[in-house]
Write a protein that binds this ligand. Sequence first.
Ligand SMILES: [Zn+2]
Length: 123
Amino acid sequence: MSHNISCFRCGASLAAMSLPLSRQDECPECSVYLHVCRMCKNFDPTVPRQCLEDGAEDVTEKDRVNFCDWFSPDASAFDAVRKSQADSARQSLDALFDSGKGGEGSAASDTSSDSDDAEKLFQ
Ligand SMILES: [Zn+2]
């Protein structure tokens, strides 16, 4: 069975591990347990109990091994975390660029007039 899941903590590929993941399975890179909520596709920090599956047992520690029957590893468990961080970083970058655009434009025209002046000096 081929899959493309990766560790929710370090992003290491878990493609060599056989599914389903057992409660003993650890990440080969960072040794974190993998049968945990944060590795699961039902995990969603934005919903009550941080779980999309109403029938799942209440797991309070989302990075501890759980005994949940609904556990299903999410291939994007790591990317989801990274993506949200990247998105917020990109948004602040965009804000920087947007506020800088007007200044850049006028700076560019200043530069061209400066070079015109410089060229006159050399003529
Ligand atoms: Zn790892």
